[in-house]
Design a protein around this ligand. Structure first.
Ligand SMILES: Cc1ncc(COP(=O)(O)O)c(C=O)c1O
Length: 389
């Protein structure tokens, strides 16, 4: 028996009829770029997420880039983010000529530590009053970019308090956290801009690349809509230098169908996560395989179910030999990526992120995962731990 990390085929079989009808409409219209089907999806997703503006774009990476562009982030700016994320988070900042400034993750959980963030921001405010040795003034903090990793929100109470105190805009990387909430409010709605990915493996996945930016502010909504079509509102008249980043109608049609099932799939993921927690405890291995922390005020949507353990790579190899697929998100923290060497970080700069990179392991997680499959996964982990000790 092979247990995949993710199996999208079962999902496809369940909704094939609905998808066929939706795609037939697009094929019949022969309108593939933006248009009514994209608008319809934007309206439905805005209603589900309770956001005023929802703008479909070409990918989650572009959503981040466009969000930063709309906030006016550019050369010489600092953007504070976490070193423990997918590359796109910091990549978007660097591509605009700004500098990613990393703040380590929290002790329990995998998101940016708001205590460390506060230290950095307080320190920056003190430093900003002084000029540097060469007489230049300090870089401004142009934005804070929290990531809601694996489907659980960052501590948004505390983060928003700091953002307001220092009047710094917030752009949320909610790529993995569609429909997750903090204090009942959906991820992506706290800051100035929310960014989502519809990469096929995401909880709401397209049949190719896709993404979404959300905002509650009319001016930003209008700007984002223009930036995705080369900064124009009226065709061939360009008020800004934007990019080409549009959600296409085929993806929107698929996403609109899947959106109707999102809540049901989310509940199934949460049930599966509870089941893993229980099985790990029952197997008596909870001290060696640390289940994901469920932090206060958050509803976790379990894009990934990530455990942490010592000897992670050996365990992963053992599971692979025994037909259990796993993945490591992410083996190298962003501050240690080769391309960010010039930023001057070193091993040891962010010990919690570095330790997480060595210890995290994502187990199979998708709505249709069965109890028998989960028992097999946990049974194999327990077997490994017995042979290893
Ligand atoms: C945390 C995070 N940020 C950004 C992205 C980028 O999204 P995309 O792959 O749609 O460009 C992803 C997904 O891959 C992600 O997981």
């Amino acid at each position: 028996m092979t247990i995949p990390l993710l199996d999208l085929r079962q999902q496809y079989r369940a909704i094939k009829g609905e998808i066929d009808t939706a795609l037939a409409e697009v094929f019949g219209s022969q309108r593939f770029i933006l248009g009514p089907v994209v608008e319809r999806f934007e309206t439905s997703v805005a209603a589900r997420l309770n956001t005023k503006y929802a703008i479909g774009v070409a990918s989650g990476s572009d959503a981040l880039l466009l969000g930063l562009m709309a906030l006016g982030v550019g050369h010489g700016d600092e953007v504070i983010t976490t070193p423990f994320s997918f590359f796109a988070t910091a990549g978007a900042i660097a591509r605009l000529g700004a500098t990613p400034v990393f703040v380590d993750i929290e002790e329990r959980g995998y998101n940016m530590c708001t205590v460390e963030l506060e230290k950095y921001m307080d320190g920056h405010a003190v430093r900003a009053g002084k000029t540097t040795k060469n007489g230049k003034s300090r870089k401004r903090i142009a934005a804070i970019m929290p990531v809601h990793l694996y489907g659980q929100c960052c501590n948004m109470d505390r983060l928003m308090r700091l953002a307001r105190k220092y009047r710094v805009p917030v752009i949320e990387d909610a790529a993995q956290a569609i429909a997750a909430t903090f204090d009942g409010k959906p991820a992506g709605l706290f800051g100035d801009v929310g960014c989502f990915s519809f990469f096929p493996s995401k909880n709401l996945g397209a049949w190719g690349d896709g993404g979404l930016v959300t905002t509650q502010r009319a001016r930003l909504g209008k700007l984002l809509k223009m930036l995705r079509v080369h900064g124009s509102e009226k065709r061939y008249y360009h008020d800004y230098v934007g990019i080409n980043s549009r959600l296409d109608a085929i993806q929107a049609a698929v996403l609109d169908v899947k959106l109707r099932h999102l809540d049901q799939w989310m509940s199934a993921r949460q049930r599966n996560a509870d089941n893993y927690d229980r099985l790990i405890t029952e197997a008596g291995i909870a001290d060696k395989v640390i289940a994901p922390a469920r932090l206060p005020k958050r509803s976790h949507v379990f894009h990934q179910y990530v455990v942490r353990c010592l000897h992670r790579d050996e365990l992963r190899a053992y599971l692979k030999q025994n037909g259990v697929e796993t993945e490591v998100y992410y083996p190298v923290p962003l501050h240690l990526q080769k391309c960010f060497k010039p930023l001057g970080y070193r091993p040891g700069s962010f010990p919690r992120s570095e330790r997480a990179s060595r210890e995290v392991l994502a187990l199979p997680m998708f709505p249709e995962l069965t109890d028998a499959q989960q028992r097999e996964v946990v049974g194999r982990i327990a077997e490994f731990l017995r042979t290893a000790s």
